[in-house]
Design a protein around this ligand. Structure first.
Ligand code: CAA
Length: 263
């Protein structure tokens, strides 16, 4: 891989977008490598992922403007589809993905972070959808995910004005869950990923699917989605061990960490 590094530490994986000469901007090659990286994650052993950008200035500075500048309408639509397909893969990936946003998260950078389950950022992070200033709409899901995450009114304001927001404002509007000094960000993301990895993996995956699938349908259907996934956890070794431990009278055993299994 030229633009992506993938490392594992125990049960977590860290994906780093690394294209320093363009502040980690997403061209077709980078998008292709991100997709390939996700396709190759060992889901038998890895339980949570962290997605970040190389360096301490930029997470991802957007889709590649040079590549987009000469596209026809049809090619523009295809480029949007390419990004959307990759980001949808991240959004629906079986295990949680945490975006550690370590600097610029503009356009496609903000959009890829929004396809992750959880976003945390460094104090120097800057979020925005500057596309209308470039004569285009956000094209990798920004018009759809930003209103779902921060609400319609604020999303329309950010998209129509192309204003960027700093980390504290991103936290205030709920775009990120927490802000850290740059040097603490990756460790914080790994700590969260490890905390997720310690829980029952079948249950964590079912939670992600229940939340995602439930949000796409009305409440009557959504609770059925939950019921099915809730039911699917029963009779698993993790459910038996998790509940068995709780019911154990011996305090020592009760507090014992259950060696949860993957599916
Ligand atoms: N595409 C291609 N190259 C980019 C890029 C991008 N999105 N963002 C930065 N770069 C390149 C610059 O062209 C520059 O390359 P050279 O050194 O070869 O000139 C290099 O990265 C460093 O950038 P700057 O010199 O501009 O760095 P800076 O610190 O002065 O500014 C910045 C940083 C504010 C992020 C500025 O680079 C910038 O505004 N970038 C563009 C941000 C943007 O508009 N993103 C949205 C793209 S559209 C999109 O994403 C559509 C979609 O929804 C799919």
């Amino acid at each position: 891989m030229e633009f992506i590094t993938y490392e594992t530490e125990g049960q977590i994986g860290i994906i780093t977008i690394n294209r320093p000469k363009a502040l980690n901007a997403l061209n077709s090659a980078v998008l292709g490598e991100i997709e390939e990286t996700f396709d190759n994650v060992d889901l038998d052993n890895i339980r949570a992922l962290v997605l970040t950008g190389a360096g301490d200035k930029s997470f991802v500075a957007g889709a590649d403007i040079g590549e987009m500048s000469t596209l026809t309408k049809a090619e523009g639509e295809a480029f949007g589809k390419k990004g959307n397909d990759v980001f949808r893969k991240i959004e629906t990936f079986p295990i949680p993905v945490i975006a550690a946003v370590n600097g610029f998260a503009l356009g496609g950078g903000c959009e890829i972070s929004m396809s992750c389950d959880i976003r945390i950022c460094s104090e120097n992070a800057l979020f925005g959808q500057p596309e209308v200033g470039l004569g285009i709409t956000p094209g990798f899901g920004g018009t759809q995910r930003l209103p779902r995450i921060i609400g319609v009114g604020k999303a329309k304001e950010l998209i129509y004005t192309s204003f960027n927001i700093k980390a504290d404002e991103a936290y205030r509007v709920g775009l990120v869950n927490a802000v850290y000094p740059q040097e603490e960000l990756l460790d914080a993301a790994k700590k969260m990923a490890n905390k997720i990895a310690k829980n029952a993996p079948i249950a964590v995956r079912a939670c992600k699917k229940a939340i995602n699938d439930g949000l796409d349908v009305d409440m009557d259907q959504a609770i059925v989605v939950e019921e099915k996934l809730f039911g699917s956890c029963f009779e698993t070794e993790d459910q038996k061990a998790g509940m068995g431990n709780f019911l154990e009278k011996d305090k020592e055993k009760k507090l014992k960490v259950v060696p949860f299994k993957n599916a």
